[in-house]
Ligand binder design. Sequence first.
Ligand code: PRP
Length: 202
Amino acid sequence: MLTVALPKGRIAEETLEIFEKIFEKPFIFDDRKLILEVDEFRFLLVRNQDVPAYVLHQAADIGVVGLDVLEEKNEDLVRLLDLGIGKCKVCIGMKEEDELDYSSPEITIATKMTNITQKYFAKKAMAVEVIKLYGSIELAPLVGLADAVVDIVETGTTMKQNGLKIVETIMESSAYLIANKNSFIEKKKEIITLYRKIQKQI
Ligand code: PRP
């Protein structure tokens, strides 16, 4: 039995579609259920940012999660394969009329991704104050909570509709298949077999 942690939403749907193609049968969660068992697989539906925790503590053997989340959490996990789904970018956004001033003594950044943000600006030797938010990040510069945001851009619609522009791209992201280190040893054969099937399918 392999337990697979999936992030709720489109990435879970697209991952289950890959499984449907490989095994030629439906992989569908019932209405509000969070566990799905099909043959030798058990799928867990969790929040995006929680996937690394499930896999790290071996509540799941493997998981699917965005590279952005992996970089932010920086846990000791095995990165197996880029699935090429859930593509997005982590960007710095500012109001249309503003510019990123590298000589400014301190700027304030609102973000969900505090570690990625700290690391990026530390590399540029730029002092930043980071304000951790949990959603609706694009609001922060509009009401003076922050000078800029670091946030996920997928279509760019949220930034555009809120009068923000991308000033820099920090990283490109897509969903990765990851594994727990012990599971990767204990269930190597199962994981590698699945890995090969997925690789062929994508
Ligand atoms: C993410 C992100 C942006 C938006 C970007 O938010 O934080 O707000 O999607 O997508 P777009 O470029 O296609 O407009 P999410 O929907 O995860 O909601 P949240 O802000 O509550 O986390």
